[in-house]
Design a binder for this molecule. Structure first.
Ligand SMILES: CC(C)(COP(=O)(O)OP(=O)(O)OC[C@H]1O[C@@H](n2cnc3c(N)ncnc32)[C@H](O)[C@@H]1OP(=O)(O)O)[C@@H](O)C(=O)NCCC(=O)NCCS
Length: 198
């Protein structure tokens, strides 16, 4: 099985992480059009249109096809309900090409450690599967929850930056650096089926 096939379906203790596909569109719309998610995820702070969400989904699907990794739709392992999206993707930030990890969780499930659990899976994918040397994460300075997820996943604050015309904080994690918490169980297996700023 190729790395891309393994990364297309990743399971953690409480999550199933599925390679983003076109049939995830309606679930992504419900996530991204929630004003509580848009407030810190969108450049405008406002929910994107359905058309924008479709356009971005096409780009995420193309990213998977080109690089063999990308963003996942996150499901509760027990119920199968969509609980968010996140994962690794190429980006250009602070004048450099980087690979970032990003996350968004449905508000009803905030504060349960799900973003951190996904972040650990993304770190494992980056270093163990993709053999990357370093990855970044960045967010708006006041996004305390996201900064906390970065810290819990072993990212270290590097510097304040301007990204897409706005102040952001940039965090980085190098291969071999320990996370702050024990990584959850991560299993990689065969797939079962077939713009924000972070
Ligand atoms: C950021 C986000 C993904 C975090 O998801 P989550 O599953 O709730 O994250 P976790 O439960 O793993 O960890 C959140 C941490 O932030 C802390 N936190 C949350 N809100 C906080 C606040 N206002 N001030 C201080 N800490 C806060 C939590 O207490 C927790 O830390 P702890 O485990 O030390 O108690 C979620 O809030 C979200 O989807 N936000 C909207 C989209 C977004 O901003 N994405 C990131 C863009 S870069």
């Amino acid at each position: 099985m190729s790395v891309a096939e393994r990364l297309a379906h990743v399971e953690t203790e409480r999550l199933v992480c599925e390679r983003l596909r076109s049939e995830h569109a309606s679930e992504l719309i419900s996530l991204h059009r929630d004003p509580r998610v848009a407030r810190t995820l969108e450049l405008t702070g406002e929910p994107p249109s359905q058309a924008q969400i479709f356009e971005r989904l096409s780009a995420k699907i193309a990213h998977w096809e080109r690089y063999g990794f990308g963003l996942w739709l996150l499901r509760d392992r027990r119920s199968g309900a969509m609980v968010g999206r996140g994962g690794l993707q190429h980006t250009f930030v602070a004048g450099r090409a980087e690979i970032e990890v990003g996350w968004a969780i449905v508000p009803a499930r905030w504060g349960q450690g799900l973003a951190t659990e996904m972040a650990h899976a993304a770190v494992a994918a980056a270093f163990d599967e993709l053999a990357l040397r370093e990855i970044v994460a960045f967010t708006l300075p006041h996004n305390t929850a996201s900064r906390r997820v970065m810290e819990k996943a072993g990212f270290v604050f590097e510097r304040s930056i301007i990204h897409v015309g706005m102040q952001h904080v940039l965090y980085r994690r190098h291969v071999g650096e320990p996370g702050r918490e024990v990584a959850p169980m991560v299993t990689l297996s065969r797939p079962t089926s077939g713009r924000s700023h972070c």
